[in-house]
Design a binder for this molecule. Structure first.
Ligand code: PRP
Ligand code: 7HP
Length: 173
């Protein structure tokens, strides 16, 4: 399947990440911020966002969740495949996602992490597809709102392919 229509260039991504990082730095009290990267899709975004943030105590933690398998729509079954290995109680936690589509992944994750009593819990997503939302979820930092198209690149995959593209492209049917 070709993925040759560029929706967001790598320059646009990097500019927007710098803006998001400035906003995050303004909003957060001094002290550690735990970036919880939701694998696999957010691995490139979290690497760039973390480097755009200026404070020294940015903690980078990983969880893995999967619900798409090799399909273009959520299976509706959100599976935790890797949990955090740190205690987030009392900490400022920012979940870092590549995309919010149905909202099922983040609804599940927010509920799970809230039970661990962080001092604060917010979400930063690079992409938001609002037209697809099934489960409403409050997202504080959004990079780009995008139309209802299946996109790949910059960490996002189709059947595990395309994650290595520098830009975000629309996957043709
Ligand atoms: C993708 C993406 C988000 C989720 C968003 O993950 O990385 O985590 O889907 O979709 P939703 O809002 O409809 O739940 P996926 O399950 O494809 O796993 P991956 O990150 O390993 O590619
Ligand atoms: C998940 C996902 N993965 C890749 N591209 C998209 O457009 C997606 N929506 N939800």
């Amino acid at each position: 399947m070709p993925a040759d229509r560029v929706l967001i260039t790598s320059e646009q991504i990097q500019t927007r990440i710098r803006e998001m990082a400035e906003e995050i730095e303004r909003d957060y009290a001094p002290g550690p911020i735990y970036l919880v990267s939701v694998l696999k899709g957010s691995f490139i975004f979290v690497a760039d966002l973390a480097r755009a943030l200026r404070r020294p105590n940015i903690r980078i933690e990983f969880m893995a969740i999967s619900s798409y398998g090799n399909a273009k729509t959520s299976s509706g079954q959100v599976r935790l495949t890797r949990d955090l290995d740190v205690n987030i109680e009392g900490h400022q936690v920012l979940i870092v996602e590549d995309i919010i589509d149905s909202g099922l992944t983040l609804t599940y994750l927010k509920r799970l992490l809230e039970q661990r009593r962080p001092k604060s819990l917010e979400i930063a997503t690079l992409l938001d597809k609002p037209e697809r939302r099934v489960a409403p979820v409050a997202v504080k930092y959004v990079g780009f709102q995008i139309p209802d198209e299946f996109v790949v690149g910059y960490g996002l995959d189709y059947a595990e392919d395309y994650r290595n593209l520098n830009d975000i492209r629309i996957l043709q049917q």
